[in-house]
Design a protein around this ligand. Structure first.
Ligand code: CO8
Length: 301
């Protein structure tokens, strides 16, 4: 594919979300409306978006490209980015669950889409950079991984804040088996989560690891029977969403800062951020509610 053809392909994918599927724009608008209880039902091609939980305050994004085991084609990743943009704007949503099917969370980037791309095209089009949108999400994201989370699938799970897995989940970075290397964090996030030796083994062999192994390594926080996984992830999302959204956003930012700074800088950032919570009404309300022995009423102020 010539560079211009690739650029046109990417451009046309973006345009197709607006022009060919005008209903999407309508859904985006609806999704932002707290007044409409059915608003979360997005009409996408490769994903489903719903509101879940007793108070419908958890957004569930389900990757839905079953014939390709949720391979992460460009169109799918654009839809995930659009859904995240809408969810971030929706004040009724306090947490996000990202999941796939029982067979596959995602079997990686779409190999068929990448097969004939060359280096110059990758550089010129900044190939697959939109994947970073997930890592930049300010609301907490829980990955609920059933089945395969391979290559880009494992990498997008690691872009989430918490990973829950089904008992039959399989994680891996098999890029080495197809002549390339991980390109969305596999060589960077994985060693930070599981240590160098285990990360090297996974990346250099392409071997898959089980949910139990992933939990033991600290990649996954809990493992559930496959059919309970999404509801457990939603329960976790509900628990997080019951807290002050400002405090949740600051806590997430502070934990993520641990990966980017020295200990001294990180501790300073944490301390100043902690001090900053004393400028919020939610901090006052939380402590007052504790002393008055009643549940807090957070207002996100
Ligand atoms: N891309 C495209 N199609 C895929 C992919 C994929 N990654 N994985 C599966 N499929 C398709 C198959 O081609 C097949 O389609 P068809 O029926 O048309 O032939 C269909 O899904 C079903 O797959 P299988 O028949 O292979 O199913 P199995 O149950 O036999 O095997 C596996 C399941 C083990 C998951 C197998 O499909 C597999 O090994 N898939 C590829 C896994 C892989 O190598 N992933 C890494 C891809 S590279 C990558 O992710 C790099 C990320 C870089 C991101 C950079 C961002 C900046």
């Amino acid at each position: 594919m010539a560079a211009r053809t690739l650029a046109r392909f990417v451009y046309s994918k973006v345009q197709s979300n607006v022009a060919v599927r005008p209903h999407l724009a309508n859904n985006i608008k609806l999704f932002s409306s707290a007044a409409n209880p059915a608003a979360a039902t997005g009409n996408y091609e490769y994903i489903k978006v719903e509101k879940a939980g007793a108070q419908k305050n958890v957004a569930v994004i389900t990757l839905n490209r079953p014939k390709a085991l949720n391979a992460l084609c460009n169109g799918l990743m654009i839809e995930v980015s659009e859904a995240l943009d809408n969810i971030e704007k929706d004040a009724t949503i306090g947490a996000i669950v990202l999941t796939g099917s029982e067979k596959a969370f995602a079997a990686g980037a779409d190999i068929k889409e990448m097969q004939n791309v060359d280096y110059a095209q990758c550089v010129r089009s900044n190939f697959l950079t939109q994947w970073d949108r997930l890592a930049r999400t300010r609301k907490p994201v829980i990955a609920a991984v059933n089945g395969y989370a391979l290559g880009g699938g494992c990498e997008i799970a690691m872009m989430c804040d918490i990973i829950y897995a089904g008992e039959k989940a399989k994680f891996g970075q098999p890029e080495i088996l197809i002549g390339t290397i991980p390109g969305a964090g596999g060589t960077q996030r994985l060693p930070r989560f599981v240590g160098k030796s285990k990360a090297m083994e996974i990346v250099l062999t392409g071997n898959q690891i089980t949910a139990a192994e992933a939990e033991k390594m600290g990649l996954v926080s809990k493992v559930f029977p496959p059919e309970q996984l999404v509801s457990e992830a939603v329960k976790l999302g509900e628990k997080i969403a019951s807290n002050s959204p400002i405090a949740v956003a600051l806590a997430k930012e502070s934990v993520n800062t641990a990966y980017e700074t020295t200990l001294a800088e990180g501790l300073h950032f944490e301390k100043r951020t902690f001090h900053g919570t004393f400028a919020t009404k939610d901090r006052k309300e939380g402590m007052t509610a504790f002393i008055e022995k009643r549940p807090p009423k957070f207002t996100n102020e």
